[in-house]
Design a protein around this ligand. Sequence first.
Ligand SMILES: NC(=O)C1=CN([C@@H]2O[C@H](COP(=O)(O)OP(=O)(O)OC[C@H]3O[C@@H](n4cnc5c(N)ncnc54)[C@H](OP(=O)(O)O)[C@@H]3O)[C@@H](O)[C@H]2O)C=CC1
Ligand SMILES: O=C(CO)COP(=O)(O)O
Length: 308
Amino acid sequence: AVAAAKADSDVTLLARREEIAAECRRSGRNEAALPGIPLPGGLAYSADPAVLIDADIVLFAMPSQEHRAAARAYGASIGADATIVTCAKGMEQATGRLLTDVLGEELPGHRIAVLSGPGFAADIARGLPTAMVIAATDMALAKGLAAALSGPTFRLYPSTDRIGVQLGGALKNVLAIACGIVEGAGLGDSARAALISRGLAEMSRFVAARGGEGDTVRGLSGLGDLVLTATSHQSRNLRFGIALGKDGRASGGGELVEGAFAASVAGRVASDLGIDMPITEAVAAIIDGRLDVSAALERLMSRPITQE
Ligand SMILES: NC(=O)C1=CN([C@@H]2O[C@H](COP(=O)(O)OP(=O)(O)OC[C@H]3O[C@@H](n4cnc5c(N)ncnc54)[C@H](OP(=O)(O)O)[C@@H]3O)[C@@H](O)[C@H]2O)C=CC1
Ligand SMILES: O=C(CO)COP(=O)(O)O
């Protein structure tokens, strides 16, 4: 919302609780979500879904597992011509479905796009330079959304690979947990580099098997976001992995850890599709308590040597 407001769009931030909308309106800040960051003057705030009726673009910026419920709750208020954009990074855990498919099922007739790539909310809201991707099946739509939402410090690259872009966002979280485990367990920077590059190979196989373009993972929404999340302590997924690597217990401290959901879904779907995803499977097994870190490491290191 901050980026779009700076792009000169007419933007309303819809909270689900009136006290949040009221705090933003009164103080120009949302201390719980973005402490110390002033929000742009042009932003409007509401907790009334009726405001959705006038929106040309509706951005879904909530956890992946909430998308279906939110689409059901807000669907009737959204205007018939609105384009829906998911900003979340994950898959639906119960079904393994992509979020664009979940939204397509719940909001039939709407055009559905995805915004993903390397960008922490706080960096974007502070106006630090950020580049991300906006993907729609129709390039003209992706370009239109990029033009509407890009601003002086927020740059969107249009793409037509909705599958590759959203799977990059979902799977990089799993790999960030893996890099956190490596950091927490003191396994070294070389191991992190190996995980990033072998993880990218896993991502590419999964994207291609789900009908996306394997090359998309080399861009902002794959490698770009993976490098960011696997190396920055701002990342909740990385911090979750570090705690797991240190004391072997899964605890997100109440924070959203999308990769914990994605690991189990991706592991399950990969096995259904017959794809080899050893790192993702190891992360899922460590989170579930089926494997400890040293056993996972031994399993990964003793795999048959194959060509890169
Ligand atoms: N934070 C970041 O830096 C980035 C996050 N993302 C992605 O964005 C998604 C959301 O993450 P983030 O905002 O950080 O998560 P948070 O947990 O910080 O915030 C979740 C927000 O979603 C709202 N919400 C939860 N459930 C519903 C629902 N059913 N209907 C309406 N609103 C709901 C919450 O409202 P309430 O306050 O009322 O509980 C809250 O405002 C994730 O998929 C994440 O991977 C992507 C890029 C960067
Ligand atoms: O996706 C993100 C940055 O691009 C945010 O990562 P975390 O959810 O790990 O904090």
